[in-house]
Write a protein that binds this ligand. Structure first.
Ligand code: MLC
Ligand code: AMP
Length: 492
């Protein structure tokens, strides 16, 4: 193994690190596999020198091998969303100037044409794996290690670049605050192209020497069977998952529901985050399982910033206090620090947990900082020692089922439809998704449109979760005197 101090696997050799289906893998096995993979990636070179290597796979042993292999060989890991549409992949791959793509089986088949057209070498994990592990470079912690794509107030998603130091800081603050240990066993069913799955679950678990059960998707029957069997002591999810579990309980018999709730009851920790957890959901979950959800707040650019306490009051509708090593302050619209409670302001963050830059986008990087504070765009208020998130400063960002969506990106695609003259996309409150995507559409003269037709047209042009759940055909969008669309007038 290399001697780096950046996001490594625990060296608790005989402990089970990963469980995937019927297969279990010890830390020693996983570590060895990663070293061979890293050696194969290097293929005689000393250091990948921040080569961008993309990978397209769900949570799996191969995913962990690739992520850590790229890190150990000195590359930048670019994990991609396996449900991306081709047009989205094209943007990610060209933005990051990816040179090699790792994917297996059916995922490889779906990428062949695109990679060939972009001159990207498409390889399976086995193609790369060296027979023996060779020498690996020593990587400075300030070097870039990972790029995740995030939607924002611009048309196209930006690549958020973290250094190894960033990633380590994001992990260690949570290991400390949430008391991770090698006694923990956690399921991972969230997508692994976002920090919730990558950092909070997978990397914290593997840092602490815990066991992580890998699921390629949120497979309710399989996951709840393990919960009923008492397999897990920690559970982390977005609010929509808790809603979906409660909806699932309505479809199975009472004895089954009891077994599952009895499986949650003794867990040491249930966490909700990535979107607001409604007070009603917090209370429902406590009523069903006895678990007092720990809600926390984070963002791709910062990892986690705020968390309710592990020990002490977990307050419904609130996200707690700053995590260890993270500085959090609220600022008003004149950039003045807010010093008193009960006054809303923008959340700004400082700390080793912060990302380095938006890839190849110096302008956006500079604009996202003010006086070296990172400006999150989220508005909060401090109430009796606990932060409460009040919303976002931009109406163009939608949080649906934990995914951050850009209204402008969706509008940009809809506008390429031959019959659409103008459109405006907003998020509307939704019990399952938190917010759901709604599109107001003005048609070209003589055109007509059915929702089902638009939905099929969108497939392949955007990930399915971005497709509007509802459309409204209108004569003209509301605009102000300057001609700018006044989206707030569209909110129901
Ligand atoms: C799925 N669908 C969604 C959706 N997820 N629609 C809107 N919003 C979503 N989030 C739609 C699909 O398009 C499909 O539509 C139908 O639901 C069934 O798809 P599925 O894939 O079978 O759904 P399911 O497995 O139930 O997915 C729901 C989910 C998933 C909640 C498991 O959305 C999810 O994993 N969300 C978590 C995202 C996440 O990890 N965010 C963290 C970002 S990091 P149709 O019409 O085709 O049937 C971050 C920082 C932080 O935010 O603080 O953590
Ligand atoms: P992402 O860019 O996908 O990492 O999403 C980050 C955004 O998710 C934040 O800027 C917030 O708007 C939102 N978010 C994360 N956690 C919470 C929470 N507990 N409550 C409300 N919003 C949250």
């Amino acid at each position: 193994m290399s001697e780096n101090s950046f996001p490594q696997l625990n060296n608790n050799n005989n402990k089970i690190a990963l469980v995937e289906g019927d297969a279990s893998h010890t830390y020693a096995d996983v570590n060895q596999r990663i070293d061979k993979f890293a050696s194969g990636l290097l293929n005689g070179k000393q250091d990948l020198k921040e080569e961008r290597i993309a990978f397209f796979m769900p949570a799996s042993l191969d995913y962990v091998t690739t992520m850590h292999g790229v890190w150990r060989a000195g590359g930048i890991a670019v994990p991609l969303n396996v449900s991306s549409a081709v047009a989205e992949l094209d943007h990610y791959l060209s933005c990051a100037s990816v040179t090699r793509m790792i994917a297996n089986g059916k995922y490889q088949d779906s990428l062949r044409e695109l990679c060939a057209s972009m001159n990207i070498e498409l390889l399976s994990v086995e193609d790369v794996m060296a027979e023996e592990a060779g020498d690996l470079p020593v990587i400075d912690e300030n070097r870039r290690g990972m790029m995740l794509f995030t939607s924002g107030t611009t048309n196209k998603p930006k690549g958020v670049v973290s250094t190894h130091k960033t990633i380590s800081a994001q992990i260690t603050t949570l290991v400390e605050a949430w008391c991770w240990s090698e006694e923990d066993t956690i399921p991972l069913f969230l997508p692994v192209h976002h920090i919730h799955g990558i950092i909070n679950i997978l990397s914290c678990g593997l840092w602490a020497g815990a066991t992580v059960h890998l699921f390629a998707k949120f497979d309710i029957p399989k996951i709840t069977a393990e919960i009923a069997a008492g397999t897990y002591n920690v559970f982390m999810a977005v609010p929509t998952i808790y809603v979906k579990l409660i909806q699932y309980f309505d479809t199975i018999d009472e004895a089954e529901v009891k077994k599952i709730c009895d499986g949650f009851r003794p867990m040491r920790l249930n966490i909700s985050g990535s979107a607001a957890c409604p007070v009603k959901l917090f209370e429902q979950w406590q009523g069903l399982t006895g678990q007092v959800l720990l809600e926390r707040y984070g963002m791709t650019e910062i990892g986690m910033g705020l968390s309710n306490p592990y020990s002490g009051e977990r307050r419904a509708g609130h996200v707690g206090q700053a995590l260890p090593g993270v500085e959090v302050q609220l600022f008003d619209e004149d950039n003045k620090l807010i010093t008193e409670e009960n006054t809303p302001g923008e959340i700004r963050i400082k700390g080793d947990n912060l990302f380095l830059e938006y890839w190849d986008n110096e302008k956006a990087t500079i604009e996202s900082f003010h006086d070296s504070w990172f400006c999150t765009g989220d508005v909060a208020v401090l109430e009796d020692g606990y932060y409460r998130i009040m919303g976002r400063s931009s109406i163009d960002i939608i949080k649906s089922g934990g995914y951050k969506l850009s209204a402008l990106e969706i509008e940009g695609t809809l506008l390429t439809h031959d019959d659409i003259a103008e459109c405006a996309v907003i998020g509307v409150e939704d019990e399952t998704w938190g917010e759901s995507v709604m599109a107001f559409i003005g048609l070209k003269p003589g055109a007509s449109m059915e929702y089902a037709d638009l939905k099929s047209w969108c497939k392949g042009k955007m990930s399915s979760y971005k497709i509007p759940k509802e459309i409204k055909i209108i004569d003209a969008l509301p605009r102000n005197a300057m001609g700018k669309v006044t989206k707030s007038d569209l909110k129901p």
